[in-house]
Design a protein around this ligand. Structure first.
Ligand code: PLP
Length: 355
C-alpha cells in the first residue's frame, strides 16, 4: 500500500473540556486526504493540518450532490487503549454507497489506513470520560470542475475526526416522534440505501416541522404507499410488539445501519424472534391500542440506542411503555456500549484495537 505522507500542524488547538463537547463542533488538528484520478487510481495519501479545502466553484459535489459519507467512533477503554467497532462494515458500506453514486471504490486497506493513522496521530484527542469518544467522519466527494451532469473522474476521500460527549447528556430519556405524512426521505430506486448528503437535504424540512411541533425526530414512511415505516430521523427503528422484535426490512430505501445489524444479532443471541418486514404505522397504533406495543427505539452510531416514548400522527398520539425506557432497549444499550468501550466481552469479534 502507498505511504501516507504526514505534514504536522505548526500549532495545536486547545482541547475542549469533556463537559463542553457539542456533537461535531470541535475538529482536531489534522485530516486525511487521498485523491483519485481516472487512469491513475488512488494517489497522494496524506495527513495535513485541518483546514478549509480548496475546490473549484464548479466542482460537481457543490452542484449535484456527488457525496457519500460514513460515521463511526474510536472508543477509549479503561486501560487507555483505543478501539474501533466493526470498521470493515463501514468501509464496505462506503463502497456500496460509491457504487450507487458512480464513484470509484476505495481499497479496504487504504480506507482503513486513512482512519487508523489519523486516529493514531490524534490519539490525545480521544477523550477518557464515560460515554465520550472520537467521532470519525470519512467522506468522498466528486470534484471535477465542470457543470456538465456526469459522474466525476476526480474524487477525494477525506477523513476528519472530532471528540464527542454523550449524545444525551441527561441520560437515556425517551424521545417523542412525529410520523411524517407529507415529505419522504427516500424512495425505492433512489438513494435511500446509500449514505449520501442528498438524503439529508431532503429530510431537513420535515425535521424542522417536527421540532416546531415539539417533537425531536421524524418517523419516515415509505415513499410509495406512505404507509410503511422506514426510519426514525437518521436512525433505523425497532419495536417490540407482543414479545417479538419488528424492524423494517432493507427494501432499498432504508439505510443498512451497522447498529441495526448488531442489535439484530444480539437480540437473536438472547433468543428473541426478530422479524424484518413491512410494518405499517397503522399496525403500530393498533398494537398500542390493544396493549401489545411494548417498546420502541432508534439505532445509530451517534446515539447508539434512542428510546421512543411517544408516537404521534396528526392529532393521534400514543405513549410507549408509559414514556419510559423499556428493559430490552436498556439491555441493548448496555450490551452494545459495553462492547464498544471494552467493558464487556466481545463474542462476535466486532472490536478492532488500534492502539
Ligand atoms: C448512518 C445512518 C443510520 C445508522 O447507521 P449506523 O451504521 O448504525 O450508524 C441510519 N439511517 C440513516 C439515514 C443513516 O444515515
Amino acid at each position: 500500500m502507498q505511504e501516507i505522507k504526514i505534514t504536522r500542524a505548526a500549532t495545536l488547538k486547545e482541547k475542549p473540556e469533556a463537559s463542553a463537547l457539542v456533537f461535531g463542533k470541535y475538529m482536531t488538528d489534522h485530516m486525511f486526504i487521498v485523491d483519485y484520478d481516472e487512469g491513475q487510481g488512488w494517489h497522494d495519501a496524506r495527513i495535513v493540518p485541518y483546514g478549509p479545502l480548496q475546490i473549484d466553484p464548479a466542482a460537481k459535489v457543490l452542484h449535484y450532490g456527488e457525496e457519500i459519507f460514513e460515521g463511526m467512533k474510536a472508543y477509549r477503554t479503561a486501560d487507555g487503549s483505543i478501539q474501533l467497532f466493526r470498521p470493515d462494515c463501514n468501509i464496505q458500506r462506503l463502497n456500496d454507497s460509491a457504487d450507487r453514486l458512480c464513484m470509484p471504490n476505495i481499497p479496504y486497506e487504504l480506507a482503513l489506513a486513512g482512519i487508523v493513522e489519523l486516529v493514531k496521530l490524534e490519539q490525545d484527542w480521544v477523550p477518557y470520560e464515560k460515554d465520550t469518544s472520537l467521532y470519525i467522519r470519512p467522506f468522498m466527494i466528486g470534484i471535477d470542475p465542470a457543470l456538465g451532469v456526469h459522474s466525476s473522474h476526480h474524487v477525494q476521500y477525506i477523513v476528519i475526526v472530532c471528540p464527542v460527549g454523550a449524545y444525551y447528556p441527561e441520560g437515556l430519556n425517551p424521545v417523542k416522534i412525529y410520523i411524517e405524512d407529507e415529505d419522504v426521505r427516500a424512495v425505492k430506486g433512489g438513494t435511500g440505501m446509500a449514505k449520501t448528503g442528498g438524503n439529508y437535504a431532503a429530510s431537513l424540512r420535515a425535521g424542522n416541522r417536527a421540532e416546531k411541533r415539539g417533537y425531536s425526530q421524524v418517523l419516515w414512511l415509505d415513499g410509495i404507499h406512505r404507509k410503511y415505516i422506514e426510519e426514525v430521523g437518521a436512525m433505523n427503528v425497532m419495536f417490540k410488539v407482543n414479545g417479538k422484535i419488528l424492524t423494517p426490512d432493507l427494501n432499498g430505501s432504508v439505510l443498512p445501519g451497522i447498529t441495526r445489524r448488531s442489535c439484530i444479532q444480539l437480540l437473536k443471541d438472547w433468543g428473541y424472534e426478530v422479524e424484518e418486514r413491512r410494518i405499517s404505522a397503522e399496525e403500530l397504533f393498533e398494537a398500542a391500542k390493544n396493549g401489545t406495543l411494548e417498546e420502541g427505539w432508534g439505532t445509530g452510531t451517534a446515539a447508539v440506542i434512542s428510546p421512543i416514548g411517544e408516537l404521534a400522527e396528526g392529532d393521534e398520539k400514543v405513549t410507549i411503555n408509559g414514556g419510559k425506557i423499556g428493559p430490552v432497549t436498556q439491555r441493548l444499550y448496555d450490551e452494545l456500549t459495553g462492547i464498544q468501550w471494552g467493558r464487556q466481552p466481545d463474542p462476535h469479534g466486532w472490536v478492532v484495537k488500534i492502539i
